[in-house]
Design a protein around this ligand. Structure first.
Ligand code: HEC
Length: 115
């Protein structure tokens, strides 16, 4: 009896893990993103890469990692400013240069990566 219960539990746990949604990974920096960033802010691939790394470090702390398509182009800047305030209040501040890098990375990715 006990063995079959353990077996059932094991199956449930394994099935649960297999069906769980994998956590979102922000897309790698591409040539299209870099061209967008050069046009928009005279920025470059290295700056976008810093933004992606900062996003990975800061944006999955309080909720799951958000998709670059969770918000539109005209909403993202305001949302990120809101998140920067939340992070400061929570005692895990996002430095201003990281916030700018995250904003540029997300806007460039949002504009160039297919949904
Ligand atoms: C200190 C905690 C905290 C951090 C750090 C944080 N968020 Fe949030 N975020 C929240 C809370 C709280 C909400 C609102 C409730 C929810 O949706 O879970 C939220 C909601 C959101 C939403 C949904 C839209 C909205 O305006 O409510 C998006 C998109 C988002 N966060 C993106 C980000 C990004 C991008 C970062 C990194 C720059 C980030 N978050 C970092 C706490 C945080």
């Amino acid at each position: 009896m006990r063995t079959s219960l353990v077996a059932i539990l094991a199956v449930l746990i394994v099935a649960g893990c297999a069906s769980a949604r994998p956590s979102y990974i922000p897309p790698p920096v591409s040539e299209a993103m870099t061209a967008f960033a050069e046009r928009s802010w005279q920025s470059d691939a290295a700056a976008l890469e810093r933004g992606r790394v900062a996003m990975l470090a800061h944006c999955g702390q309080c909720h799951g990692m958000p998709s670059i398509h969770e918000e539109d182009q005209d909403q993202w800047t305001g949302t990120i400013q809101k998140m920067v305030k939340r992070a400061a209040k929570a005692g895990t501040p996002i430095p201003a240069n990281d916030a700018t890098a995250i904003t540029h990375y997300i806007l460039a990715a949002n504009a160039t990566v297919a949904k």
